[in-house]
Design a protein. Structure first.
Length: 133
């Protein structure tokens, strides 16, 4: 709990920003879709890697939103502290997922280092394809 007084008293920092979390989730999800489409279209590992990062962002924001909602529940006889710890557990889960995703990206990068794929960058930028011989 907080030690504030006034309209926001008793709310966590996350609870005060629920609307922003919802907007951020929607915008990040839209960018994720665009990056996946672009990465698959061009065969770009960089775009797919960033899309993977965006996926973890979307998951983390969704998990944070859920944790904020749960943290607002009042304490009960069974849960005397309430659900305030859900915000901390959401951060722990997010960190673990980021580590797993970074490992997957490193493995794929290692594979492509020894067996390179041709990237069709020309389909992504017409000015590049016009300049190449």
């Amino acid at each position: 709990m907080t030690t504030e007084h006034g309209p926001g008293a008793g709310r966590t920092a996350g609870a005060r920003h629920q609307g922003r979390l919802a907007w951020t989730l929607a915008l990040t999800g839209a960018f994720l879709v665009v990056e996946v489409a672009g990465g698959l279209w061009t065969g770009s590992l960089a775009l797919l890697a960033d899309a993977g990062h965006m996926l973890t962002d979307v998951g983390a924001i969704a998990l944070s939103f859920l944790a904020v909602r749960l943290a607002q529940r009042p304490p009960s006889p069974l849960h005397t502290y309430g659900f305030l710890r859900t915000e901390i557990l959401a951060a722990l889960i997010n960190g673990a997922v980021l580590l797993v995703m970074a490992g997957a990206i490193l493995v794929e990068a290692w594979r492509r280092l020894w067996a390179p794929r041709r990237s069709s960058a020309g389909s992504c930028s017409p000015s590049l394809s016009a300049a190449s011989p």
